[in-house]
Design a protein around this ligand. Sequence first.
Ligand code: AP5
Ligand code: MG
Length: 213
Amino acid sequence: MNLMLFGAPGAGKGTQAKFLIEKYNIPQISTGDILRAAIVEKTDMGMEAKKFMDEGKLVPDSTIIGIIKDRLAESDCKEGFILDGFPRTLAQAVALSELMSNMGISLDKVISLNVPDELIVGRITGRRVCSKCGASFHVEFNPSKKEDECDYCGGELIIRKDDNAETVISRLNAYHDQTAPLIDFYTKMGVFVELDGTKDVSEVTADMLNALS
Ligand code: AP5
Ligand code: MG
């Protein structure tokens, strides 16, 4: 199963990806997580990407497309994958189509989690993420069982550097200007499914699994 989770920052892509990993036993490919790992490792690519991420802007297409090309070639993607936060521009979407066509595969579904902007700021500012596995929690809406400890791997929960009220505005602007046009692209491809992302986490999961069955 080749899936994509689509939606604004804070829509719940990372949260729902964890359920798809368990259900289908396929890897989550989050360009945000890959970039954050490169920043921790202080690679040249990570240091360059950091400038854009700290300002809530998109990292250049050439960097992102290179990351995805390498990642999809890895052996754990043979049975499928879950794209999370990629593609985010038309150029990335076109590059993905070419890449998948060369691999002889296609997208099964693009699941869009629809959440209005006014709910996004509260989600982002209350988020806590695992420093080890990247899992997302929320102090109010989706708390971890133990404070500051990840339910999945026991890693320390931290606040992402770009999770502040100012950066959220530029991330939302980037989403509306550069990413939302992809809705049309994937609707025309016949794979776009829209879900109400404002429901409780478990209800969104149920709707998503229903859409995929
Ligand atoms: P990235 O890491 O992808 O961040 P994002 O798209 O801004 O998305 P988020 O991770 O913020 O949100 P999410 O949808 O995963 O929500 P989550 O499940 O955590 O990208 C970061 C940066 O990297 C970008 O700004 C850019 O600079 C760069 N980048 C990455 N990919 C790129 C690309 N392809 N091209 C160019 N640049 C790129 O949930 C959010 C919160 O809400 C959590 O606290 C969660 O617990 C809570 N929550 C989840 N679901 C619910 C629910 N149903 N009800 C209530 N609360 C909920
Ligand atoms: Mg995420």
